[in-house]
Design a protein around this ligand. Sequence first.
Ligand code: NOJ
Ligand code: CA
Length: 499
Amino acid sequence: MNRPAWLRDAVFYEIYPSSFSDSNGDGIGDVNGIRRKLPYVKALGCNALWLNPCFDSPFKDGGYDVRDYKLVAPRYGTNEDLYALFREAHALGIRVLLDLVPGHTSEEHPWFIQSGQAERNEYSDRYIWTDFWIKGTPDHPYIGGETPRNGTYMLNFFKCQPALNYGWAKVTEAWQTPADAPAAKATRDAMADVMGFWLSQGCDGFRVDMANSLVKADDENKSYTSALWKGLLNEMRAKYPEAAFVAEWGWPKQALCLADFDMDFYLDHPGNGYNRLVRSPDAYLKGNDPVAFVKDYLDRYEVSREAGYISFITGNHDTPRISWYLSEERLKLAYALLFTLPGVPFLYYGDEIGMRYLSTLPTKEGGYTRTGSRTPMQWGTGHNLGFSPGDPQALYLPVDPAADAPTVAEQERDPASLLTAVKAVLALRHRQPDLQADGPLSILHAKAGDPLLVYRRGALTLAVNPSDGPVQTGLSGAPLFQLGTFERGELGPCSFVVL
Ligand code: NOJ
Ligand code: CA
């Protein structure tokens, strides 16, 4: 496949910078904290990072409200710290993807402040404005009454996130600019400038926020937005052929085949295969049959196979943690499955030890129900569970207060721990090219009413049984790897085997 070769054996680790490791004791994670944990990431078996936005921001949406695309948020450190992170990561064989938020900025971004002035200027068309102070953008949220300009502006997400203008697929109002107008091109070029800036400093690519929604309204098949990405990504690739790009899109047919991203996340959208694997009441990993998951997954896999990679996630900063849905034994199976299917997997920090979703936390920086998945990493049993030397009252978010809160230090010592299982599965994946992103896949057994799933990856046969009882697989041979039990073809409760 015509994608950067390093993706074949890549396993990503997603870090929410505020919550990973605090190096200076102010209670907030930072870039230097991440730097000193790189050996941990490496030992885990991850060889690539995705950092959530670490740019200057008022943090009304966890940094997805960027005020300066080219400046590291002072609370996380300096640009030099981040460049040093790139260098140190590379020395360990770890690539680093930053988070690009191309669809909107913070309302405090200088472009937006200029855009809201009454007099026309270079940034007047950088955002989407109507032409009268009380006229809104039909079918889209909008804000009026905030700026000197005689118009209202369109929002992408929160009130603090005005939508950047990439034009409209179909122009029906005088104030709309077409997708091929100079205004849209100027926004696109500004984003190319941001991407080039970080790539030139050693960043290895981007996770792209809300990648599918740049060109507005009735963009049938997302053809305008896709064309924009295809051009932009290939412009970057011409200079940085090793760079990799993963879309928050959730539809590989568009994201990979049309927009030309390298990877597309399999997100937890209601009813989709990922949901039917992990989260819905009848999810496969809760002990049900795999049919709905397999069908949805194979449909996506088949269309995307030649074009790019599907990226499974264990979870992310927007979803309740996976441990909210599955017991520890089933988490092991989940990771075994997610890390042995084709594509490029993403592990959310803390999921490797089964960190819990703290569902009752009050919202922090626009997190709302997502806040409970963003708590500090649990490194050890001491002060602040090793996250920060600072005052426990001053932490970004409280650490899990449970007496049995899982920690890295304890699980590193325990051969039966979740962390040990994650490391073992990832080590297996790195040893076996057949298990990597490009390796072949065929489903050998997935039947209604039967919890057994058997699939083949090249020379290897893999079987999963997430139910509470044993199942007869009809398979024989000596296991190359197993979780749980496998004897005389019988796969025990909550067990996984590779033959
Ligand atoms: C998706 C991001 O993952 C989420 O955290 C953010 O709030 C929205 N996009 C808006 O940027
Ligand atoms: Ca700090």
